[in-house]
Design a protein around this ligand. Structure first.
Ligand code: MRU
Length: 320
């Protein structure tokens, strides 16, 4: 496969189930190389999730659903497949949600429906989110919550896309997103293909842009949202929310109901994946948490496919 463009990034190119494998677009190689990775067992799907070949909470839920269908078709032990897939990324609740959905009906048809539903949810929440954008908005986003992260369309990037199409977005600031550069590699690529004006910044430039009045709102995705609205997302999201409060800029989270976890009371109960320090330095000791938790009190609104939810989130968030 050669260099592609996002307009042709159909959901089945991002992740799909073939007869003998779960096939994912290898996001570790983007944007330079547009190549597929074939995962011929549930263990291979779990490894693709662990190594971020497929990534973003909704997309890994979809990949895991396909992985469980593949496991059953291959005669693997379904319980071992379930546990192996569930352990590949504990922060994202979508993963366990999708696997639980598959338990009752572990067929390719069910997995494909989960995928279609996830993309549909993205479109609905993005349409709801447009009310949050003022005309000529300068928007800042972190990590990649685009089509690549959801199996199609995207959550935070989907919202930006819908607002852009409605003539509401002037510019997007894209945090590069240390240490694996999902912003600079993936979000920037998606926005370029969509024709949305953007500039990549180092994560630490966000504060000065806010101080200069060049950011009107911040929009991110989430890996898991606790019952009280505390939201886990890519490391660095929490610092953006603190900065946003200081500069009186609204901070919004856009995520499907499959990301809601009403069984976890607040953010202190969300497990945070710790990744290898080698992603930062191979010479010195390193601490590399992949996610952080933004307290609900810093979030102006959470948008799901059911609408725009305002604080207090314990009362306003839907029960999935
Ligand atoms: O480690 P990643 O790249 O999978 O982290 C992704 C994020 O933090 C996303 O913002 C989150 O999963 C939501 S994706 C719609």
């Amino acid at each position: 496969m050669g260099r592609g463009n996002v307009a042709s990034l159909t959901p089945d190119r991002i992740v799909r189930l073939d007869d003998d494998a779960v096939v994912v677009l290898d996001q570790r190689r983007l944007p330079e190389d547009v190549v597929e990775l074939r995962c011929a067992s549930s263990a291979a799907v779990a490894e693709a999730i662990r190594t971020l070949a497929v990534r973003g909470a909704p997309a890994i839920g979809v990949a895991a659903a396909y992985g469980l269908a593949l496991a059953v078709a291959r005669g693997e032990d379904p319980d071992i497949a379930y546990e192996t897939l569930a352990a590949s990324r504990p922060t994202a609740v979508n993963l366990r949600w999708a696997l639980d959905e598959m338990r009752a009906d572990p067929t390719p048809e069910r997995a494909r429906r989960i995928h279609e539903d996830e993309v549909e949810r993205c479109k609905q929440m993005s349409a709801h989110a447009t009310v949050l954008f003022e005309p000529s908005s300068k928007v800042l986003t972190h990590c990649n919550a685009g089509g690549l992260a959801t199996g199609g369309y995207g959550t935070a990037v989907g919202a930006i896309r819908a607002a852009w199409e409605g003539g509401l977005v002037e510019h997007v600031w894209v945090d590069e997103t240390r240490p694996l550069l999902q912003g600079a590699r993936l979000t920037a690529w998606e926005l370029e293909e969509l024709g949305i004006p953007q500039t990549v910044i180092v994560d630490s430039a966000a504060a000065s842009l806010m101080a200069l009045g060049k950011v009107d709102c911040i929009v991110t995705g989430a890996d898991r949202i606790a019952a009280n609205g505390d939201s886990a997302n890519k490391i660095g999201t929490y610092s953006l929310a603190v900065l946003a409060r200081h500069h009186a800029i609204p901070f919004y989270v856009v995520a499907p109901t499959s990301t809601l976890d009403p069984t976890t009371a607040d953010g202190s109960g969300i497990p945070i994946v710790e990744r290898s320090g080698d992603e930062i330095t191979s010479r010195f000791p390193a601490h590399n948490p992949a996610f952080d938790v933004t307290p609900a009190e810093l979030i102006a609104a959470i948008v799901t496919e059911q609408g725009v939810h305002r604080p207090p989130y314990l009362a306003s968030l839907p029960r999935p």
